[in-house]
Design a binder for this molecule. Structure first.
Ligand code: HEC
Ligand code: HEC
Ligand code: HEC
Length: 135
């Protein structure tokens, strides 16, 4: 704080709005980091389909974490899950809901396989989720 005040004094008060903006950003940033989409590309590229873009946040606000990370067995680590279409067709993983009952069905390939070919698996648009402790 003292350093910040000294810097403001040196640069002059007309820079105050800039300092406030930087401070405000510091508070907003951790929230923005939770909006990460997860790209799944364990087998897609190799199989010649587009990688899957999974909108994690979209699902997290609708379902409890344990539905997917406990009951459905999705490991809570980007890239840790090797999901096969044959599993989905049997109602596992995404297929528990994407079955034309809870949500639109598996015939809508492009809605899940929407990443550009070669897009690496992992989290995009933010860094790691802060973990289950907060929910
Ligand atoms: C609800 C989402 C969803 C839909 C809809 C979907 N997929 Fe997938 N698919 C996945 C996920 C998740 C994976 C695993 C991705 C990875 O890790 O590379 C996958 C993997 C695959 C793979 C590679 C693994 C394997 O099982 O051979 C192929 C091929 C594939 N999908 C084809 C299709 C086709 C064709 C359709 C449409 C008829 C389709 N998918 C619809 C989610 C979906
Ligand atoms: C609809 C299913 C679903 C729900 C609900 C869900 N997740 Fe996930 N989560 C996934 C999938 C799929 C992945 C990607 C795994 C992979 O890349 O193999 C993932 C990845 C993660 C990761 C690793 C990526 C990262 O952001 O660091 C964490 C941590 C995580 N989830 C935490 C949570 C928490 C906390 C909740 C509840 C607020 C939650 N998840 C709700 C399906 C879900
Ligand atoms: C617990 C149930 C559940 C699971 C598991 C689940 N989804 Fe969904 N998903 C939904 C629902 C509900 C919607 C909203 C459908 C609608 O709007 O009609 C949705 C919507 C989506 C959308 C569209 C988001 C948007 O912006 O409209 C995508 C893409 C998607 N899911 C991919 C996946 C993939 C890939 C997986 C597996 C890794 C998965 N989902 C697993 C329930 C689920």
């Amino acid at each position: 704080m003292r350093l910040a005040l000294a810097t403001i004094r040196r640069l002059g008060w007309r820079f105050l709005p800039f300092f406030l903006a930087v401070l405000a950003l510091g508070f907003i940033w951790p929230v923005a980091a939770e909006y990460g989409d997860v790209v799944l590309n364990h087998s897609s590229d190799r199989a010649g389909v587009r990688p899957v873009i999974f909108p994690h946040w979209f699902h997290r606000i609708r379902f409890r974490c344990k539905v997917c990370h406990h009951e459905l067995g999705f490991e809570m680590r980007a890239g840790a899950n090797d999901v096969k279409m044959s599993d989905l067709a049997q109602g596992k993983f995404c297929g528990m809901c994407h079955n034309n009952e809870v949500a639109w069905g598996l015939e809508n390939c492009g809605l899940c396989h929407s990443g550009k070919q070669g897009l690496a698996g992992g989290i995009y648009g933010g860094h790691r989720t802060l973990g289950p402790g907060r929910w």
